[in-house]
Design a protein around this ligand. Structure first.
Ligand SMILES: Cc1cc2nc3c(=O)[nH]c(=O)nc-3n(C[C@H](O)[C@H](O)[C@H](O)COP(=O)(O)O)c2cc1C
Length: 190
């Protein structure tokens, strides 16, 4: 079952309009928090932005403005379209979660915390997959735009990802194009 979920989970960014019930969001966050974490720091923090909520709208606008300024295209029309798409994707996503990792006592602990939070996101994605949901983990525009204050994150937290979540329109198609390098090409058997 776990192997099957690992193999069939895909990054999903296209969703049906079906609502993701809050109890399911709680369930996948509960799976996330069972990730391994060195020294039991439990470094993950989740910020769930309600669909149609004020915070979601505010963040979408911040990302829009950031994208307009930062998309590397000389045409203002293209930048405008890209910024609009980024904003709309955030507004449309059935569920949307920011994941942060807290700082450790020193650089080593901060790095461990970040690793543990990444494990938590993978747990969340596998749990979501097992419930028929898809997740798109982004470190792009929604993370590069400075949303920390708007979402109530502490200034010293590290942003680990923005997660678009919903019911996939076509998981099978995503799986058909998925590929990986063979084990022997990425492994040293010593
Ligand atoms: C740390 C991390 C950051 C990612 N950021 C982005 C992103 O900004 N935009 C995006 O389209 N996909 C992003 N992805 C998804 C990857 O592109 C995706 O995992 C990869 O293409 C493999 O596809 P799969 O997840 O379906 O196996 C990210 C994945 C990880 C682990």
């Amino acid at each position: 079952m776990v192997l099957e979920a690992i193999r069939k989970r895909r990054t999903i960014r296209e969703f049906t309009d079906e609502e993701v019930h809050e109890s399911l969001i709680a369930k996948i966050i509960d799976a996330a928090i069972w990730a391994p974490n060195h020294r039991n720091t439990e470094p993950w923090r989740f910020i769930v932005l309600n669909k149609n909520g004020e915070m979601r709208k505010k963040v979408a606008k911040i990302v829009h403005d950031w994208a307009y300024e930062n998309i590397k295209n000389p045409s203002s029309e293209k930048r405008s379209a890209g910024a609009h798409d980024a904003q709309q994707e955030i507004l449309d996503s059935p569920a949307f979660i920011y994941v942060y990792s807290v700082q450790g006592r020193d650089e080593e602990m901060t790095r461990e915390n970040y690793s543990a939070t990444s494990c938590a996101i993978q747990n969340l994605m596998l749990a979501a997959h097992s419930l028929g949901l898809g997740v798109g983990w982004s470190t792009g525009k929604p993370c590069l735009a400075n949303v920390d204050t708007a979402v109530g994150a502490e200034p010293e937290w590290d942003i680990v990802g923005a997660l678009y979540i919903g019911y996939p329109t076509n998981l099978d198609a995503a799986n058909q194009s998925a590929k990986r390098t063979q084990v022997d090409q990425v492994t040293i058997w010593a």
